[in-house]
Design a protein around this ligand. Structure first.
Ligand SMILES: C[S@@+](CC[C@H](N)C(=O)[O-])C[C@H]1O[C@@H](n2cnc3c(N)ncnc32)[C@H](O)[C@@H]1O
Length: 430
């Protein structure tokens, strides 16, 4: 029988390896482009000499790479004298995808190295992946206003077909926050809107003050309380988490016998006292907002993330639980241990609503899945209780990021996650 090998096809394992490697390179490309964006921002502000030098070095590497590609593409004009490996790769690429995508990708060292050094096999897999995600890269670069056109401008004076079109005017989306841009199913871009109002990105919780100058329920009290050792005599999650609904099951002693008793410690630094820690996660830089069929806007990973990674903080406007909250789409009931205050008896439960209908960050667009890859966790950090999104298993590049909203959310609606474990699937006739 004729085998695949005999036909000249590489073995399946080699193909799978190449696919896996090209996905890793793709992840590195987004990472590099993101780093370039940050470096560009630093250089535009008040950079140190080292930062300027680093930026110039990166720009010079991009320019050299592109100079070679231009020289070989228009060899009849520039007559290249220096060698440029794998010239056919750029010729084929430019024929298929043009200069814009090539120049954007050239801003990534991972892309340049793959072009120059990797086998044809890996290069072809990467090219296929980039081709399938062309719009994603275009939006990533443009929405961060990465100066991809700069190195091509040198050639604007020559009448080079292809380059002139690439330099032509195009929609500028770089003035918006990258998380104000959603890639729609029909190939367009849209600004996220809810109830007729544009949704705006914010970086931290906005605590709405309670009336009569009362302290906000999410803020950590300065006074001390029972230590974690005697707060709970069960080995429950609240030791680490600063209060989760699981704590309801605990039987905690009423009186702390410690000499220096404290409330829960900070999730980040472990300090038993108020500190200024905040959630810091880069994951939000490496995601994009895309429309999914039937679920609306959702979040797509542009990198691999390990299980346990803190993906981000669920931020929004925080209202005390006693205040009416009309948002039944984006609001999250925030639980925590702080409701112990006053009585000395821990009675953890809902403290506040965080609503991200108008002010929030990318985490508000995370759709529900009955078998999700992330979960929401309530923690104490710095001076407050907050909710983080954490990966519960490894996430691969281009996976949708999902959480479980809780069964209560689906009582009066159908879940369209499509999982065999779905808690509320629509009837088959729908
Ligand atoms: C917190 S928002 C998520 C972002 C939302 N998709 C959007 O476009 O802004 C929750 C809403 O998304 C939609 N959604 C999320 N997960 C879903 C699922 N598994 N099935 C059906 N709809 C879902 C529902 O309309 C839900 O009320």
């Amino acid at each position: 029988m004729e085998t695949q090998m005999a036909k000249g096809n590489p073995p399946r394992s080699q193909i799978q390896e190449a696919i896996a490697k090209s996905r890793k390179i793709m992840s590195a490309i987004y990472w590099d482009l993101n780093a370039m964006w940050h470096l560009q921002q630093i250089v535009a502000a008040e950079p140190s000499l080292e930062e300027v030098e680093l930026y110039e070095m990166h720009r010079a590497a991009v320019r050299t790479f592109l100079d070679h590609a231009v020289c070989y593409k228009y060899a009849h004009i520039f007559q290249p004298t220096e060698p440029f490996p794998n010239v056919n790769r750029s010729r084929n690429w430019l024929f298929q995808h043009g200069w814009v995508l090539f120049t954007m990708c050239a801003h990534s060292e991972a892309f340049r190295t793959t072009y120059l050094e990797e086998t044809t096999f890996i290069w072809d897999e990467l090219r296929k992946l980039i081709s399938a995600n062309q719009r994603s890269i275009d939006v990533f670069v443009r929405s961060r206003d990465i100066d991809w056109r700069g190195p091509l401008l040198t050639y604007g004076q020559f009448d080079l077909p292809g380059i002139l079109e690439a330099l032509g005017p195009k929609l500028n989306i770089g003035t918006e926050h990258p998380h104000h841009v959603v890639q729609t199913l029909d190939g367009f871009l849209k600004r996220p809107i809810h109830a007729g109002k544009a949704q705006t990105n914010i970086n931290g919780l906005v605590l709405k003050p309670r009336p009569k100058k009362q302290k906000h329920p999410l803020l950590r009290p300065k006074t001390t309380g029972p230590c974690m050792g005697c707060l709970c005599n069960k080995n429950c999650a609240c030791h680490e988490l600063g209060g989760t609904p699981d704590c309801r099951d605990c039987r905690c002693p009423k009186v702390c016998k410690c000499k220096e008793p404290y409330w829960v410690t900070c999730f980040n630094c472990g300090s038993p006292k108020i500190c200024d820690c905040r959630i810091e996660s880069m994951a939000g830089d490496l995601i994009e907002l895309v429309e999914y069929p039937t679920k609306g806007t959702g979040v797509r990973a542009l990198s691999h993330f390990k299980a346990g990674t803190i993906m981000g903080e669920y931020v929004g406007e925080v209202l005390p639980i006693s205040w009416a909250c009309t948002d039944d789409i984006y609001s999250l009931a925030q639980s925590g241990l702080l409701s112990i205050s006053g009585t000395g008896i821990p009675t953890p439960g809902p403290l506040a609503h965080t609503t991200s209908a108008h002010l929030g960050n990318w985490t508000r667009y995370i759709n529900h899945h009955c078998d999700p890859n992330c979960y929401l966790e309530s923690i104490m950090i710095g001076d407050r209780v907050t909710t983080i999104v954490k990966a519960c298993r490894d996430i691969s590049i281009f996976d949708e990021i999902t959480v479980h909203y809780g069964p209560g959310y689906w009582i009066s609606r159908y879940c369209l996650c499509g999982s065999p474990k779905c808690c509320q699937p629509p009837p088959k006739s729908m």
